[in-house]
Design a protein around this ligand. Structure first.
Ligand SMILES: [Ca+2]
Length: 368
């Protein structure tokens, strides 16, 4: 599987990270939709409903951490749209997320948006309100197909990434969600085969636990942070692997506390990394030696920049610096470290003041 953790026998320590690289598989040479280098910023238009507008603690949906991940690479990017929402963690708040909107409502406005803002990339996640309000949710795939065709006809060079939608905490409605989501991969493939720039992104997998939802319809911030990593992988061609800092399958915690925090990624964080001997030692395996990018996702409510010291395998110490966005939000800080083929231990220790480590996102250092 691409970019996901594989469960391992207990005898092996830590997780094995796969990054879509396997022997015999031809490398994909396509330029990422949001590249590292571009003369002008890549314009990204997030289109959707309240989940995209931001019904979570950060009021920015997946946009908050997608923005942070793209910026952590230094990618020139410009979110565009007629709406604006988000917290201090999201510097570029422009979007086309519209609370309560169905696919048909997006259809009614999308041509105007596209002509006005001329996005290079569209991220589209829509259909939850169709499942929630429409007894004929079976018509939703046809409407989504029409919407994708409209986008492709209006801006043929724009790359559209269409996502599955999150679950709904209602058995009947969630069955409709599953049926709707199941139609999207083949729909996207058929558009692509017809020369339209459409790619499927399965972000539904980020919302697999009951605590991933803030309410019946809306994912919470932590799970939207997971979804942001999936969007990032699609837009950059560089899949991330997320390792939850609080989970003992990933990390050995010394003089650190954990606890259930329902809004956090994975339902918890490594907290009170506040002593000289506090350590979060994240252990995992990578298939090949090289330089890897660790995106540390940490909460900082101290009102000033705080940091962790980060070192891989006892090597040189780097510093992950986190702006203060509050204890319920995350700041994403990238640190590049050399890793060995096989097992690695990346240690996080107390730096300036105090931050809570929620998760790390790992990939080889991107080159495009
Ligand atoms: Ca976590």
């Amino acid at each position: 599987m691409r970019g996901v953790l594989r469960a391992l026998p207990v005898a092996l320590v830590g997780s094995v990270l796969g990054f879509g690289v396997s022997s015999g598989e031809a490398p994909v040479a396509a330029q990422p939709a949001v590249p590292l280098v571009r003369a002008v910023p890549t314009k990204v238009m997030p289109i959707g409903d309240s989940i995209t507008a931001g019904a979570d603690a950060a009021q920015g949906g997946y946009r908050t951490d997608l923005w942070q991940l793209l910026r952590a690479d230094g990618r020139p990017v410009d979110f565009v749209g007629s709406a604006s929402s988000g917290s201090a963690a999201l510097a570029d708040k422009d979007n086309e997320g519209h609370g309560g909107w169905t696919i048909e409502m997006i259809q009614g406005s999308v041509v105007g948006w596209l002509n006005t803002y001329q996005p290079d990339v569209v991220t589209l996640m829509i259909g939850t309100n169709d499942m929630h309000t429409d007894a004929s949710s079976g018509a939703a795939p046809g409407r989504l197909s029409t919407l994708l065709d409209t986008i492709a006809q209006t801006l043929p060079n724009t790359q559209t990434f269409v996502s599955s939608i999150p679950p709904i905490n209602d058995e009947l409605k969630d069955a409709h969600v599953d049926a709707f989501n199941a139609t999207i991969p083949a729909m996207a493939s058929a558009k692509a085969a017809a020369g339209k720039k459409v790619t499927f992104v399965d972000t539904n997998q980020a919302f697999s636990n009951p605590f991933d939802m803030a309410d019946a319809l809306h994912p919470n911030y932590g799970s939207l942070s997971k979804a942001a990593g999936l969007w990032y992988g699609a837009l950059t061609g560089q899949p991330l692997v997320r390792l939850e800092a609080e989970q003992t399958a990933n990390a050995t915690l010394t003089h650190v506390q954990t606890g259930r925090i329902t809004s956090a990624s994975g339902g918890g964080k490594a907290r009170y990394i506040d002593f000289d001997d506090s350590v979060v030692a994240v252990t995992f395996q990578v298939p090949t030696a090289g330089n890897y990018r660790i995106r540390a996702c940490a909460a900082n409510g101290m009102g000033t920049n705080c940091s962790h010291n980060v070192a891989a395998n006892g090597g040189p110490q780097s510093t992950a610096v986190y702006p203060s966005y509050g204890w319920d939000l995350l700041a994403v800080s990238a640190v590049d470290v050399p890793l060995n083929a096989g097992q690695n231990v990346v240690r996080f220790t107390k730096g300036d003041c105090y931050s809570e480590l929620d998760a790390i996102d790992v990939s080889p250092v991107p080159t495009a």
